[in-house]
Design a protein. Structure first.
Length: 121
């Protein structure tokens, strides 16, 4: 049996999103300097925002708000997916790096969707 949830940090959805955010933040740092205020900034903001939305929703203390923030996090995953595809097409990331990030993103989305379903969202 799994441990009880005592904090948003115990949520697998948050853990996956946090790990994804760190990987995206690091990958964004490899983009060309010309993208500092474009894709680099956007990737870092969105990458860190996913786990942050999960945490914020958990902290709201009521299910409707929690579900709303989880759905915001899911929307940010889709935005991140699109931006990573731009990075691949512009050759800012290598295929292997994109494939790993996409796999992590898909896993994060799968777990997050399960959490949303479990809450009735």
């Amino acid at each position: 049996m799994s441990e009880p949830i005592k904090s948003y940090r115990d949520l697998i959805a948050w853990q996956k999103a946090y790990a994804l955010g760190k990987a995206v933040y690091q990958a964004a740092g490899q983009l060309p300097e010309a993208e500092r205020f474009g894709l680099m900034s956007s990737l870092r903001r969105i990458g860190t925002g996913i786990a942050s939305h999960i945490a914020q929703g958990y902290g709201r203390g009521n299910t409707p708000d929690y579900i709303w923030f989880l759905k915001q996090a899911r929307g940010e995953l889709y935005v991140l997916d699109t931006q990573l595809l731009f990075c691949l097409d512009f050759k800012y990331v290598l295929q292997g790096q994109y494939t790993q990030l996409k796999s992590d993103l898909d896993e994060s989305e799968r777990v997050l969707a399960g959490l949303i379903r479990s809450l009735g969202g």
